[in-house]
Design a protein around this ligand. Structure first.
Ligand code: PLP
Length: 414
């Protein structure tokens, strides 16, 4: 109400975006709909407070309650993920990863990560990002046939380059990671192994994806993807991490503040705490299970319509369609689906012959539609719409009307 009176332009745009979310299907694999409780914490007076430092050691006064908020958030994260130390201050996933470099490496050190076009993340050593600019970045890939991580190649590259830090994690990898094997490979050269579980954190928390915690030293994550919290990031140190380097928690905290950030966003930290409480509950376990069920059902349905999937299917919340047999590019498919009310994104497929600017793939995820209560029955309908639009673009307008109606039955969390 206040916003509308004070700034009608922004109020109007927020209304339009809200309406867009309500009347279409959000199937971008990194997106979700957080709870009203999370949004309430995010919009609280905590946004006004400066709290440089950590609980009990702040550079400003008046943090008696803020300290409790941040400590509670840390305790909840430690318990949920079964780790020894957590920093909840990174403003998002990329700053969390930047802090891991600062904590463990010197500029020029060798680091390794999954190449971006193979499903990796920008921050894992891509040339245009800080990991690739300031470090000697070696990129590994997936197997050309199976599309699984190429563990033999990783092992060979690790022995050859002896990286200080190895990243494992992805934005478009539909399969489980073999954390144990990766742990052994990292240990063979004494490298820090960091699992970036940004996409799968909610699945790990919900017990439907193997946890990297026993096998890696560091875990980073965003809090807004499958974990379903506010935008934010966390860095965790495992027991194995402490055994390798007892100073690791201190190094990570110093890297976040004062290394890279100033004052933490305590409103976001409160909202992360709320999300972690939600993610520790029984209904969240059911939710995580349903995300994967929906993804598997969608993969099977799409295959019936002769869609090819990278790696042949999915173990998690996402899949990547290889569109080459459909004579359509990822960008064209994204636009067509957008026009019919299904939001997805174009994505490279492994060894994409079309190059990164005109990728041949489309990434689809089920986290957000599962939050709205959609199950296998609805998935069948969605797969049929996806097939119809892609095989007959003229149908987009008709389908957009059907999807608007369909969405009314599945409101956003209110
Ligand atoms: C999303 C993502 C990030 C970065 O998160 P931002 O919040 O967008 O900075 C980092 N790593 C992986 C694997 C991701 O999927």
């Amino acid at each position: 109400m206040k916003l509308k009176q004070q700034d009608s332009q922004i109020a109007k745009l927020i209304d339009l975006e809200t309406d867009r979310q309500k009347t279409s299907l959000q199937m971008i694999a990194s997106e979700n709909h957080c709870s009203p409780a999370v949004r309430e914490a995010l919009g609280s007076y905590l946004t006004d407070k400066y709290a440089e430092g950590y609980p009990g050691k702040r550079y400003y006064g008046g943090n008696q309650f803020i300290d409790k908020v941040e400590s509670l958030c840390i305790e909840r994260a430690k318990k949920l993920f079964n780790v020894e130390h957590v920093n909840v201050q990174p403003h998002s996933g990329s700053p969390a990863n930047a802090a891991v470099y600062v904590a463990t490496c010197q500029p020029g050190d060798a680091i390794m990560g999954l190449a971006l076009p193979m499903g990796g993340h920008l921050t894992h050593g891509t040339k245009v990002s800080f990991g690739g600019k300031f470090f000697n970045s070696v990129q590994y890939g997936v197997d050309e046939k199976s599309h699984l991580l190429n563990y033999e190649e990783i092992e060979k590259l690790v022995k050859e380059h002896k990286p200080k830090l190895i990243w494992v994690g992805a934005t478009a990898y539909p399969r489980f990671f073999d954390w144990k094997r990766l742990g052994e490979i990292a240990d063979s050269v004494g490298a820090y192994l960091a699992a970036d579980i940004a996409h799968i954190a909610g699945l790990v928390a919900g017990g439907v994806h193997p946890s990297p915690v026993p096998f890696v030293h560091i875990v980073t994550t965003t809090t807004h993807k499958t974990l379903r919290g506010p935008r934010g990031g966390m860095i965790m140190v495992t027991k194995k991490g402490l055994q390798k380097d007892a100073e690791l928690p201190k190094k990570i905290d110093k890297a976040v503040f004062p290394g890279l950030q100033g004052g933490p966003h305590e409103n976001a930290i409160a909202a992360i705490a709320v999300c972690l409480k939600e993610a520790s509950s029984a209904p969240f376990k059911t939710y995580a299970k349903q995300i994967v069920r929906n993804a598997k059902a969608l993969a099977e349905e799409l295959k019936k319509y002769d869609f090819n999937l990278v790696s042949g299917g999915t173990d998690n919340h996402l899949m990547v369609i290889d569109l080459r047999n459909k004579n359509i590019t990822g960008a064209e498919a994204q636009d067509l689906l957008e026009g019919s009310g299904i939001s997805t994104n174009k994505n490279s497929i492994p060894y994409d012959p079309a190059g990164p600017f005109k990728p041949s793939g489309l990434r689809i995820g089920t986290a957000a539609i599962t939050t709205r209560g959609m199950k296998e029955k609805e998935i069948k309908q969605i797969a049929s719409w996806i097939n119809e639009v892609i095989s007959s673009p003229k149908s987009a307008k008709k389908i957009s009307g059907e999807i608007k109606k369909f969405c009314k039955k599945f409101p956003l969390p209110i």
